[in-house]
Ligand binder design. Structure first.
Ligand code: NI
Length: 208
């Protein structure tokens, strides 16, 4: 999830998994963003390097959350560091979490509308209705299990990122009328006519 105004960043293309190197962010229209992601095996070699490189990618693109499908890995893995919005949303302050195989239980069905953005949808921000009180269960990078009640904007970030694991993006939650209004923007992203200032991968071109 992205909500901060971007700064100038060097564009570099690097497809290898390296903890010091940004990974390209897969953009809206790429089929990997529509797949249901597979559970993570904690013994998978290279998992910690993958997590490190996801943090690097998130920080370098001014995100507060990034899901593995967004870097082309269809895995149930999310990184979040909500610290940058901690002054606006105290529940976010200092919250850095690696979510492996996360599960969400909705604790209060009342929905709140707030603006969201996404690294996979550059240049777009839309109001999204979501619940703001959930129970989140997950495994961290050291293999420890956690279960915690989470609320407010942090609950929104978690839901946004966990949606990516189900093949959903936030514009799936907006009204059909609103979606019709931004149809051209969505098409432009899917066809590579709107590009971010961080490394990216566009959807494969359709064959004629
Ligand atoms: Ni997103």
């Amino acid at each position: 999830m992205r909500i901060i105004v971007q700064q100038n960043a060097e564009i570099q293309n690097n497809n290898t998994i390296n903890k010091d190197v940004r990974l390209p962010v897969y953009l809206y229209g790429h089929p990997v963003l529509r797949q249901k992601a597979e559970p993570v095996d904690l013994n998978e070699p290279g998992l910690k390097d993958l997590i490190d490189s996801m943090y690097t990618t998130m920080y370098e693109s001014d995100g507060v959350g990034l899901a593995a499908p967004q870097i082309g890995k269809s895995l149930r893995l999310v990184v979040i560091d909500a610290t940058p919005v901690g002054d606006r949303f105290p529940e976010c302050d200092g919250r850095k979490m690696t979510l492996i195989n996360p599960e969400i239980e909705i604790l209060d069905g009342d929905k709140v509308c707030r603006a969201e953005g996404c690294l996979s949808l550059p240049g777009l921000s839309e109001d999204v209705k979501r619940v703001e009180h959930i129970r989140l269960s997950w495994t961290d990078a050291d293999g420890n299990s956690h279960s915690e009640e989470i609320s407010g904007f942090l609950a929104r970030i978690v839901q946004h990122e966990c949606d990516h694991l189900e093949g959903l993006v936030y514009v799936d939650h907006i009204s059909p009328i609103r979606k019709q209004l931004i149809k051209n923007k969505l098409n432009n992203i899917a066809q590579g006519r709107i590009l971010p200032d961080y490394p990216y991968r566009t959807a494969p071109k359709r064959r004629r």
